[in-house]
Design a protein around this ligand. Structure first.
Ligand code: GRF
Length: 212
């Protein structure tokens, strides 16, 4: 798992694994921010966690850093790479090494409000409903096929902070649910369409089959 921030999505996923809701383990946590909460949270749980020095750029990893990232994930034999607030754009080599196996969470209902501060973009635009999206990562910005979404109402009294906080809460439900379905092999992809093939009885299926 990769992140640059406080690591609350990591915690939600680690807790769902501990509760037996996701048949997987977190093999490795990496962060480009040495003091990030995600590294602290992982170490507190005994999960291998390392700082990945990003190099000289601000918004992407330097080539050596990206190579090291790929090598560390391959050595840990990960099946899936989960991003949660990882603040650097990942480039070709990394995408090639883990094609179709990189997943991200974004704090809006994509394709609305990609990029930074999506909750503030939603508030400034005046939408009445926003939310969060779990999606596969491709070469674009927040543009990969959508795995799952959860809505969050925008309230008249919302500030950027209050809206972001409620979106965060929704993320903590949505991300573990999507990862559980991926780990159980219930997700298949046809172009941009992500299909939830089988219901997930123990942990609830967010898209139950419609009754005729
Ligand atoms: C989340 O809001 C996620 O949508 C965004 O970055 C934030 C990460 O939060 N991409 P956390 O570090 O998991 O608490």
């Amino acid at each position: 798992m990769l992140g640059s921030g406080q690591g609350s999505n990591f915690v939600a996923i680690a807790e769902a694994i501990a509760a037996g809701k996701i048949p997987a383990e977190v093999a490795l946590v990496l962060s480009d921010v040495e003091s990030s909460g995600i590294l602290t949270q992982a170490r507190q749980r005994g999960i291998p966690a390392s700082y990945l020095p990003p190099g000289k750029y601000r918004t992407k990893l330097e080539e050596d850093a990206e190579r090291s990232l790929v090598a560390q994930l391959q050595a840990a034999e990960v099946d899936l790479v989960l991003l949660a607030g990882f603040m650097r754009v990942l480039k070709g080599e990394f995408l090639k090494a883990f094609e179709g196996r990189i997943v991200n969470i974004h704090p809006s209902l994509l394709p609305c409000f990609p990029g930074l501060h999506a909750w503030k973009q939603a508030l400034d635009y005046g939408v009445k409903v926003t939310g969060c999206t779990v999606h596969f990562v491709d070469a674009g910005i927040d543009s990969g096929a959508i795995i799952g979404q959860q809505t969050v109402p925008v309230l008249d009294r919302d500030t950027p902070e209050s809206l972001h906080q409620r979106i965060h809460q929704a993320e903590h439900e949505l991300y573990p649910r999507c990862v559980a379905a991926l780990a159980r092999g219930e997700i298949s992809v046809q172009g941009r369409l992500v299909l939830w093939n089988a219901p997930a009885p123990k942990y609830g299926n967010p898209f139950p089959p419609r009754q005729p």
